[in-house]
Ligand binder design. Sequence first.
Ligand code: FA5
Length: 337
Amino acid sequence: LKEQALAQVTEAQDVKALQEVRVAYLGKKGPITEVLRGMGKLSAEERPLIGQMANEVRDEIKSAIETKEVALETAAVEAKLAKESIDVTLPGRPQKTGARHPLTAVVEEVEDAFLGLGFSVAEGPEVETDYYNFEALNLPKDHPARDMQDSFYFTDELLLRTHTSPVQARTMEKFEGRGPVKIICPGKVFRRDDDDATHSHQFMQIEGLFVDKNVRMSDLKGVLEAFAQSFFGPDRSIRLRPSFFPFTEPSVEVDVSCGMCGGEGCRVCKNTGWIEVLGAGMIHPKVLEMSGFDSKEYSGFAFGMGVERLAMLKYDIDDIRHFYTNDVRFLAQFKRV
Ligand code: FA5
């Protein structure tokens, strides 16, 4: 019986089989328990002999089972470890890295250029009131120039800002009539424009504002020239064209030379050699007064530039829609920008 039990212990392949051996030989209905139970029927001489023998067999089987159990468990842990081990000599899986969006890169570069000229960065809300988007900029409700910027309205008083100029009024108010004020403000703007290669219904602008005593048009020109040279390099030029904005007087539009065409068949500049990137001018006295500045003591200039247009000129991008269609092949080209 003992030999048979020990053989089965040796053969057991897993803990479950071992458990079956335990039940079969040492369990309540097993042969050893049966022998011990039948001790009463034996003679007085037989009893200690048989009892001792039965106990010895039981202890031997028990210890064999325990030893085997430990061996099986160790083997199971080892097998698991072997399966989970990491081969450190395998080559790594390459991680795909992203790229900064070209518009983010341009905003940061423009910010850097103007920080160097003493400007700081301000922010304003994308959902704007009619007052800040239009009225505080000398565009009363019936003003025809409101049509220049077809708007997305939520209510009569609330709209998606059509330009970053409302931040001019918001910032000047905070200064309570005391200059200098010298900020730029990047942000998203929204217009009901039809999308084409150079127009988008949502785009980005960077507003600039400088209010102080004796600020002149020549200061505006100097700042914009310094910016254009640092941003585009010395081979690009700028030109100022007279223009109209209700919040500046005089007003100008500023073009940068296209640089990516010879004038023939260019979608970016429509063969003119120039692309308009910003509107600017001397702040209208009424706008200064409405925002709490004495227009006899203070003067200032402001400008608003289109970030996509800057990016298109800088990186020779021929369609504004590339910025918003999330084609990774387009974005991946800006890894080193
Ligand atoms: C304005 O938005 C004025 N607030 C700018 C300004 C600020 C003038 C301060 C004076 C003083 P305008 O509508 O021209 O002006 O837009 C400014 C620039 O935004 C344009 O020169 C152009 O670069 C860009 N822009 C305008 N419309 C679009 C459009 N639909 N898609 C992409 N860029 C546009």
